[in-house]
Design a protein around this ligand. Structure first.
Ligand code: ATP
Ligand code: FE2
Length: 327
């Protein structure tokens, strides 16, 4: 079985093609970039997705050396995400499914980040550190659902890093550049906000901006914001491992690309005698391959959709998804 997956929850429009062994046959994408000093304008991102969709579809088929005749299933990101983006993805999925008479399935974007991580790393029952722009969740599977054991109370860790970078005049996405600048920095004291198992990043972000206004160096602030955010994440992940009696850690989502975060989680997992794995770089950020793979496993576990009833859910939580493919 071959599935074509459509991703359009936020900045990226992507189309990936996967087979049912988990091989990625194509993973084409195009990212909307807001102008300098601005965050994502959802309507503009939606417009971008509409414009690039036909070209990305053509490129994906070309890369996979396939035609629509070879595709057995179409999947799309049903949520969560920015409504103007989600609607463009859903409409394109319906249009393509109807035109080529293919079955359709809508999947949860966050669960797709987890499933592509499980597939590529081979970890069966990990504590998942899902860190992206909008989301920050410490997750593990239990009784039919991915349960959230800790999460951000305000903004996601990626958005917090991006916002700090934006205030410093960097271009979107700012977090990868912060990672590079941090290599030259030294420690300065910042607030540290863990409440039970939950995390708050926005006060620390404000504190960094204030310190910069008072003359603290950009290098030191990039280093210290990363050290603080990632220590908070590592602390909560370790507590989840201890309480759940689990030993594997899976790092996924756009922020998983960060080497310092990988290093901290790896050290913690190793010190506990456990295992740490990270999703490959080209599958960590938003892309269609993870949507295609999730489409295959959802469809094989009898999840189907009537294209006339296909919808979106911009607030669809990870722990509201029926995980019918894990028993
Ligand atoms: P979600 O709906 O899952 O929240 P998203 O729209 O945030 O998705 P992703 O592509 O999963 O999209 O994640 C993007 C985030 O990852 C951005 O905030 C980006 O700055 C961040 N990111 C990318 N590379 C790095 C890096 N090297 N270090 C830290 N953060 C990174
Ligand atoms: Fe994402």
């Amino acid at each position: 079985m071959i599935c074509l997956g459509i991703e359009a929850t936020a900045h990226t429009f992507g189309i990936g093609i996967c087979d049912d062994k988990g091989n990625v046959l194509a993973n084409e994408r195009d990212m909307y970039k807001p102008k300098t000093g601005w965050g994502i304008i959802p309507m503009d991102a939606g417009k971008h997705h509409l414009e690039v969709a036909p070209k990305i579809l053509e490129q994906a088929l070309k890369t996979a050396k396939l035609t629509m005749d070879d595709i057995n299933l179409i999947s799309y990101s049903r949520g969560p995400g920015l409504p103007p983006c989600l609607y463009k993805g859903k409409d394109f999925a319906i249009e393509t499914a109807k035109k080529y008479k293919k079955p359709l399935v809508g999947v949860n974007h966050c669960v797709s980040h987890i499933e592509i991580g499980r597939q590529t790393t081979g970890l069966k029952n990990p504590v998942v550190v899902y860190v992206s722009g909008a989301n920050t969740q410490i997750i593990s599977f239990s009784e039919g659902k991915y349960r959230i054991f800790g999460e951000c109370m305000d903004i996601g860790v990626g958005n917090a890093l991006d916002k700090f970078g934006r205030a410093m005049g960097l271009d979107f996405p700012q977090a990868p550049e912060i990672e590079q600048i941090a290599l030259k920095g030294k420690w300065v004291d910042l607030p540290y906000v863990v409440k039970g198992m939950d995390l708050s990043f926005s006060g620390i972000l404000t504190s960094c901006i204030q310190k910069r206004e008072k003359g603290e160096s950009l290098e030191n602030l990039c280093y210290s914001i990363q050290e603080t955010f990632f220590s908070m994440l590592t602390e909560v992940t370790e507590r989840a491992l201890a309480h759940l009696g689990k030993s594997e850690v899976l790092l996924t989502g756009g922020v998983a690309a960060n080497k310092r975060l990988q290093q901290m989680l790896k050290t913690m997992a190793k010190e506990r005698g456990g295992k740490f794995e990270v999703v490959p770089r080209d599958l960590s950020g938003d892309q269609g391959a993870m949507i295609a793979w999730n489409g295959i496993i959802a469809y094989k576990s009898e999840q189907k959709m009537n294209p006339d009833k296909a919808d979106v859910d911009s607030r669809w939580r990870t722990d509201d998804v029926e995980i019918s493919w894990i028993s």
